[in-house]
Design a binder for this molecule. Structure first.
Ligand code: ZN
Ligand code: ZN
Length: 174
């Protein structure tokens, strides 16, 4: 598991490891900005999660809310995409061996949630993210960003004063 230089999602759960299975603690997050591995920046990161002691380690569940910078699939602007990050994962604690690819609680009780939050944040981004429901994207004819103004290329309705001209042009180039 890679470590991140600037994680403010590192917690000490030593107290929970000493508690009986079933013991839990609610933790509220409210960070203006969280960097996760450099390429993923969440702003802000809020929400509540529960850390529960289980016989195998610590189970994290909850829901975080944030925004991530994304590029609109239609008009290509960069915008702040709201995302919901579900947490639902067991971190194994020695002597329970973590299966390949699973997260672990370090021997000293430290847990870094950054890799999990990063993974879930990336998974929460839809493949076709759009800046807004009615984003018009670009005109396929002239490349105009149709959110700025309508270039008119794709208008099916022709100004009646130009209808005659259109008929004439259609005859020239059917
Ligand atoms: Zn757009
Ligand atoms: Zn156009």
């Amino acid at each position: 598991m890679s470590t991140f230089e600037y994680s403010n999602l590192r917690f000490n759960f030593g107290f929970l490891l000493e508690a009986l299975p079933g013991t839990s603690r609610e933790i509220e997050l409210n960070y203006p900005l969280v960097k996760l591995g450099g390429d993923v920046v969440l702003f802000p990161l809020t929400g509540t999660f529960k850390a529960s002691r289980t016989t195998q380690g610590i189970y994290f569940s909850g829901e975080l809310h944030s925004h991530i910078s994304a590029e609109c699939a239609r008009c290509l602007i960069t915008f702040d995409l709201p995302i919901t990050i579900p947490l639902d994962d067991l971190f194994f604690y020695p002597p329970h061996e973590a299966p390949e690819g699973e997260y672990v609680v370090k021997k000293d009780g430290q847990v870094d949630l950054a890799p999990l939050v990063r993974e879930m944040a990336l998974l929460s981004i839809p493949i076709q993210q759009i800046c807004r429901e009615d984003c018009q994207g670009f005109c396929v004819e002239c490349g105009q960003n149709l959110n700025e103004f309508d270039c008119g290329c794709q208008d099916d309705t022709i100004d009646p004063r130009l209808a005659g001209l259109k008929d004439f042009l259609d005859k020239l180039a059917p």
